[in-house]
Design a binder for this molecule. Structure first.
Ligand SMILES: [Zn+2]
Length: 251
């Protein structure tokens, strides 16, 4: 098992919990609506949430409004921070700028951890059918406050051309915090919600502590499993896995 948790094939369990999860678009719209309250009449705001490592806020002021690029760390920020953002956007207000600087400072760990990356690793996120970066980004905003420190890539296919007896669909390397997703999932017949479900599981490993019990490491703690069941497509994904496992093993 080493330093990796392995998500092999598991049985479906537990009841579904329905929860509405916002998409990145919805999160962006909500944030833009919050900011729009403070705009002068007749001005519009075009907002884009980013994961940029170096620029946390960038504003372009035009005659009819503002174009704002904002780091995802601001998602869910308290009202006084949102107000300060608006004051900064509209008036380039110095006090607002100081407050925002403090906010960024407090949330620095998110950026620092993102920039601490080994050089010799090539991440491959764009698949033929599924874009891991997009899925990761969406889940990150919806379930992890945009703050999960991890990277993601399609993994190697060790058993290519051989008969598979099992598939490790995803893994999370604890030390370098890299999620690898099995390339067998990059097929047209694999639904997006299923890939997202595997990614979500591995992302939870980036959030939950590993328990030590009698000298053994326990990755799937009760708290982990409880949160896993919060995934909106939990039931559907489990059912799909059950029905399509043989097909995946043969592909
Ligand atoms: Zn796991």
């Amino acid at each position: 098992m080493g330093s990796r948790s392995q998500r092999a094939l598991r049985r479906a369990a537990a009841a579904r919990q329905v929860r509405l999860t916002p998409t990145l678009e919805e999160t962006t719209d909500r944030m833009a609506a919050g900011l729009a309250l403070y705009l002068p009449p007749g001005k519009t705001l075009e907002l884009r949430l980013t994961n940029n490592h170096y620029s946390m806020i960038s504003v372009r002021r035009k005659s009819d409004g503002y174009r704002l690029r904002l780091h995802q760390m601001f998602v869910g920020a308290e009202p006084r921070v949102v107000r300060a953002l608006a004051r900064y956007v509209v008036h380039n207000d110095r006090r607002a700028s100081t407050l925002l600087g403090e906010f960024i400072e407090e949330h620095q760990h998110i950026i620092r951890q993102q920039t601490r990356r080994p050089r010799n690793l090539t991440l491959r996120t764009a698949g033929r059918y599924h874009d891991l970066e997009a899925i990761f980004g969406r889940l990150s905003v919806a379930h992890f406050g945009g703050a999960l420190e991890a990277r993601i890539t399609w993994g190697p296919d060790a058993a290519r051309g051989k008969r598979r007896r099992s598939i490790k669909m995803g893994s999370f390397a604890v030390e370098d915090r890299i999620i690898r997703i099995h390339p067998v999932l990059d097929q047209e017949c694999v639904p997006d919600y299923f890939v997202a479900w595997i990614v979500f599981h591995e992302m939870l490993h980036g959030k939950h502590e590993v328990l030590r019990e009698n000298g053994r490491r326990r990755f799937h703690t009760p708290a982990f499993l409880a949160e896993e069941r919060q995934f909106p497509d939990y039931q559907r994904a489990c059912a799909w896995e059950k029905q399509n496992l043989d097909r995946l093993l043969r592909s």
